[in-house]
Design a binder for this molecule. Structure first.
Ligand code: MN
Length: 390
């Protein structure tokens, strides 16, 4: 039986692009949007059309070229925002307007200087107005993470009645614990009248490093959309990382959930976004970091050479990485050295390996990493250069 699908809502071009220094021009955004469509994301949040003429143009052009994904534009709960978003999305095959308002006491009191009643009314007005332009309207309850569940349920019920098709429950400040966020989603599933008519969506931030855990807790408790970005980029400490949630669902069959993502494109997409935004990926980043499939300690290398699964839970090929890297350092053992030596053409006997390994350790203590060229040099030093099979 095929697994239930979780929709992947990519906001690399909206929340991701809010990162200082990551601003992209329309042409760059088009290249990324085309790739996201190929990758298989279900929704591309293309921008915030009213925020600038450049953003408006980008949303228009992205809407024209995207073939499969829904194209979404962000708005505040403001008439003019919604009109401009609708105009920007006019060429989209599947347009979605994403509107909303802050619902936590802190947002209501300090940001809007309003009452709860006024907030519900503004939310309903915005959603109803957006529905006059498009059939697909997502509502976000900003700072839902710090909104009490009872009021949040009231807002959700009202906007579903006004025609919202997706309910975004953002942990805007990245404060929630996974159990707490999951319980919030469950509370809404259990207490909001008409909830079966809408999809619950997780939008988590990574201020405490919990964005991925919170999103997974959300879908385990009944959410069916995750809002995320390539490489987890986004405001402050970033958003949920797309590659992480996709691979968690894929590697854990017991969750019985999957996505439409072609995971083999994950690594190259990560590189594309990192290069075009000038935003490097940390080497120890899960799934797409340079060291995600590199093994450098002797014990691990020996295990991986004998059987990859001893130290790898993902086949690198499944995320588009050609192979696991056996990195030679002073912590490496004979198995790794013999393996790499063979790769560059030297088949060593046990006795030869003892000799070569002694010489290798001298090199490795001086250098951080022993490369293929160094192996050739070591062979010359050991007078074994001629055994190289061509
Ligand atoms: Mn956000």
């Amino acid at each position: 039986m095929s697994k239930e699908k979780v929709q992947i809502f990519d906001t690399t071009l909206r929340d991701g692009e809010q990162v200082p220094g990551c601003k992209l021009n329309t042409d760059q955004k088009l290249v990324i949007a085309r790739r996201l469509d190929e990758l298989g994301v279900d929704v591309i949040e293309a921008g915030f059309p009213i925020s600038s003429p450049g953003d408006f143009t980008s949303v228009v052009e992205i809407a024209k070229i995207v073939k499969n994904a829904t194209v979404c534009g962000l708005t505040r709960a403001v008439k003019k925002d919604i009109e401009v978003a609708a105009e920007a999305l006019q060429y989209a095959r599947k347009p979605r307007i994403h509107t909303g308002i802050g619902t936590s006491d802190s947002h209501i009191t300090h940001k809007f200087r309003a009452t709860r009643e006024e907030i519900v009314e503004r939310a309903v007005t915005a959603v109803s107005y957006a529905r006059t332009f498009v059939d697909d309207v997502e509502f976000y309850a900003e700072d839902a993470g710090r909104t009490d569940n009872e009021f949040l349920a009231r807002v959700c019920e009202a906007v579903i009645e006004a025609g919202a098709t997706v309910l975004n429950i953002p942990d805007t400040t990245g404060y929630c614990l996974p159990e707490e966020y999951g319980a919030k989603i469950k509370y809404l599933r259990d207490n909001v009248k008409g909830i079966e008519k809408a999809v619950l969506s997780c939008h988590c931030h990574n201020d405490l490093g919990l964005a991925t855990a919170n999103s997974i807790s959300g879908v385990v408790n009944g959410a069916r959309q995750i809002e995320c970005t390539i490489n987890g980029i986004g405001e402050r400490a970033g958003n949920t990382s797309l590659e992480e949630v996709v691979m968690i669902l894929r590697q854990h069959p017991a969750l019985d959930l999957d996505t439409n993502i072609n995971s083999r494109l994950l690594y190259s997409t990560s590189k594309m976004v990192s290069e075009s935004m000038g935003m490097p990926v940390q080497p120890n980043k899960a799934i797409v970091g340079a060291n995600a499939f590199a093994h450098s300690s002797g014990i691990h290398q020996d295990g991986v050479i004998k059987n990859r699964e001893t130290y790898e839970i993902i086949d690198p090929a499944d995320v588009g990485v050609t192979e696991s890297a056996i990195v030679l350092t002073a912590r490496s053992g004979r198995a790794a050295l013999a393996y790499r030596a063979k790769k560059v053409g030297y088949e060593l006997t046990k006795l030869q390996l003892d000799d070569v390994y002694r010489e290798f350790l001298k090199f490795a203590d001086v250098k951080k990493e022993v490369l293929d060229d160094d192996i050739h040099e070591i062979m010359q030093v050991c007078k074994l250069g001629e055994i190289r099979a061509v």
